[in-house]
Ligand binder design. Structure first.
Ligand SMILES: [Zn+2]
Length: 167
């Protein structure tokens, strides 16, 4: 059973939304429809975009409403879709929602594996860094007494002492 919403009722709903959203005197809002049939009054999320030709030169530009990128529509959907809580978008069938859930949980598992690997890599990188620092430190210790020469830049410009330039 589906509920038919008459245009008059729709206007009433919009008026309520209008009031709740405090539209009076504020930024102009647009009526959007979600693919599952909800009505949203929101400030358009206007973004500028540029069109580039094959040489990378800007050949044109325009504006688009990023709210439409979220899947929102400017007219009520003729066929309602199912909202999906896994990807925050909409699917045609419950099977697709299930498939999306499965895909998302696989992604989450993949992310956990990646995070673990990243951790391992970071520990390895840190160990290497410590080893390098140790090597540098022992070189430094060997060169002790001749420190200035070690850190002298290759150019013949006078070495700036920090603080001196501030006067
Ligand atoms: Zn989904």
């Amino acid at each position: 059973m589906s509920i038919k919403v008459s245009p008059e009722r729709m206007q009433q709903i919009e008026k309520i939304e209008y009031g709740l959203n405090g539209d009076i005197g504020g930024l102009p809002r647009t009526t959007y429809y979600t693919p599952d049939g909800r009505v949203i009054r929101a400030i358009p999320s206007i973004r500028e975009y540029v069109v580039k030709d094959k040489d990378g030169k800007v050949s044109g530009k325009g504006i688009r409403d990023a709210n439409l990128d979220r899947g929102w529509l400017l007219s009520p959907p003729s066929v309602r879709k199912l909202p999906c809580r896994w990807c925050d978008r909409w699917h045609d069938t419950p099977e697709e929602v299930d498939a999306c859930h499965h895909q998302q949980s696989t992604l989450v598992d993949g992310e956990a594996v990646k995070a673990k690997q990243k951790e391992v890599n970071e520990v390895v990188a840190l160990k290497n860094e410590v080893a390098e620092l140790r090597a540098m430190l022992s070189k430094f210790m060997e060169a002790k007494g001749n420190v200035r020469q070690v850190f002298q830049p290759e150019t013949n410009e006078p070495t700036q002492v920090p603080g001196e330039a501030r006067g």
